[in-house]
Design a binder for this molecule. Structure first.
Ligand code: GLN
Length: 480
């Protein structure tokens, strides 16, 4: 039996039918990671003891009740900015290299209650700032579809782990595309839920008004099953909102799919354009009605995002000062006073992209510049949100590309931050608007430098807040 190919639901059934035990399953995946992750580098920490403990617990429940919650015994991986009690949580930063999480994030509590088996913590861009996982302070993760290419980012480790078959689902965070873009690059499904759907309690904040935790699965169904386990209002996160109502089963013949005209422009990769357009054609064949919609403020979304996200990041990262939190230069003999502890610790342990963003964010918030940048960006954000409200009043779902390019080569964009920022041109507006979006494979093409390898091209389905179920139904119909 090829355990890595089973769906979450199949595993669930097989565990209850005692075809294998949760412990055997956990050992199989831990072994696979040990043998194969040397080439991919998706994990920062392997949590073998925790995994085996959870697996044994799942087996005990099956022995007693002959039943188990859906995620019981199912092996998963967690992005390293989400707290798992007693386990190192680094956000891929030197400043948190030795930080042990003192409690479980709400999403972890929820999946542990179901009995999920946590295999480890995955690599990411430092503090989730990046689009390739190359900004990790430790090492770069490789794309399992072609190891000369990046897995996307910032949740590249989670996407790669699912793609390589190291686990059945993974959790990540998405502030401007960090779940959807790596899902697209690694050929898996990844959901950024609408803002407030999933609790952020226990996730290290990057930009609090944009951050959402979401799920990855090899199939849309696996991604959906994981999402269902983590969603819900949480008294510990005042921005979490009421349970989304499950919409009834949708009929594709009544589905109106909007195609934003601003998302198909000169400069996008020809293969991406062709593959996504073919996917639109398939929806049309299935009976959906395709209409053109407009998101007229699209061109302002990227600058707007890089003002709001960096402003919030500069505030959120102020706590890492070598005293309150983080690696410290406090014992260094050259450090004379408290201010120097702050300065030297931050200088030594933050990476360059993080420093760039803290400086940019501090600048746009500072007196004299606040009105011109931060306040202006907030106004633009309202316009972007309005675009989506209007488009989603005409269409049930919007369909767009996820990334303007194929997964790029390791190192290709590292010298040019603006070039890197452009990777998220199709994903960041969704965070500004607070709506939900799923990335799923639209098709696969030959790798330009190795015909034997296939590279995935993702597409994004977007719906109104709390209409995740509509997105999933439409995505599963396509996948089928
Ligand atoms: N690439 C974007 C950034 O660097 C988005 C990252 C994310 O969603 N966390 O800000």
């Amino acid at each position: 039996m090829e355990l890595e190919k089973l769906s979450i639901r199949q595993i669930h059934q097989d565990l209850i039918d005692k075809k294998f035990s949760a412990e055997e399953l956990a050992k199989f995946f831990l072994d696979k990671i040990r043998k194969e992750d040397g080439e991919i580098n998706s994990f920062i920490t392997i949590t073998e003891d925790l995994a085996l403990k959870q697996a044994k617990k799942a087996d005990e429940i099956i022995a007693k009740k002959n039943d188990l919650p859906l995620l019981g015994g199912v092996p998963c991986a967690i992005k390293d900015n989400i707290l798992v009690e007693g386990i190192k949580c680094t956000s891929a930063s030197k400043i948190l290299e030795n930080y042990i999480a003192p409690y479980d994030a709400t999403v972890i509590k929820k999946i542990k209650e179901q009995g999920a088996v946590i295999l480890g913590k995955t690599n990411m861009d430092e503090f989730a700032m990046g689009s390739s996982t190359e900004n990790s302070a430790f090492f770069c993760t490789k794309n399992p579809c072609d190891t000369s290419r990046v897995p996307g980012g910032s949740s590249g480790g989670s996407a790669a782990a699912v793609s390589a078959g190291f686990c059945k689902f993974a959790l990540g965070s998405d502030t401007g595309g960090s779940i959807r873009q790596p899902a697209s690059f690694c050929g898996v499904a990844g959901l950024k839920p609408s803002y407030g759907t999933v609790s952020r309690y226990g996730v290290m904040a990057y930009a609090s008004s944009l951050d959402q935790i979401g799920s990855f699965g090899k199939s849309v169904e696996d991604c959906r099953d994981a999402f269902k386990a983590i969603k819900g209002k949480d008294p510990l996160d005042s921005t979490s909102l009421k349970e989304p109502a499950d919409s009834e089963k949708i009929d594709l013949r009544n589905l109106k799919i909007g195609i934003p005209k601003e998302y198909f422009v000169a400069g996008m990769d020809k293969e991406v354009e062709k593959t996504v357009k073919e996917a639109i054609g398939k929806y049309e064949k299935m009976g959906a009605e395709i209409i053109e919609v407009s998101l007229p403020h699209t061109e302002y979304a990227l600058p707007c995002y890089y003002i709001i996200a960096t402003a919030e990041a500069s505030a959120n990262l102020a706590r890492f000062d070598g005293i309150k939190y983080g690696s410290s230069e406090v014992g260094n003999s050259e450090v004379k006073d408290l201010l120097e502890v702050y300065i030297k610790s931050r200088e030594k342990y933050f990476g360059s992209e993080v420093k760039r963003r803290i400086m940019l964010g501090t600048y746009v918030l500072s007196s004299g510049y606040y009105d011109a940048y931060y306040k202006q960006a907030q106004k633009v954000r309202s316009l972007v949100r309005g675009d989506f409200e209007k488009a989603l009043s005409r269409a049930d779902i919007l369909l767009t590309p996820v990334s303007p390019t194929l997964p790029f080569k390791i190192g290709e964009k590292m010298d040019d931050p603006l070039e890197m920022y452009l990777s998220d041109i199709y994903t960041i507006s969704i965070n500004l608007a607070g709506v939900g979006a799923l990335s799923l494979p639209a098709g696969w093409v030959e790798s330009p430098d190795d015909k034997a390898k296939k590279l995935p091209i993702g597409m994004q389905l977007i719906a109104k807040p709390f209409e995740e179920e509509k997105i999933f139904q439409a995505a599963m119909a396509f996948e089928k």
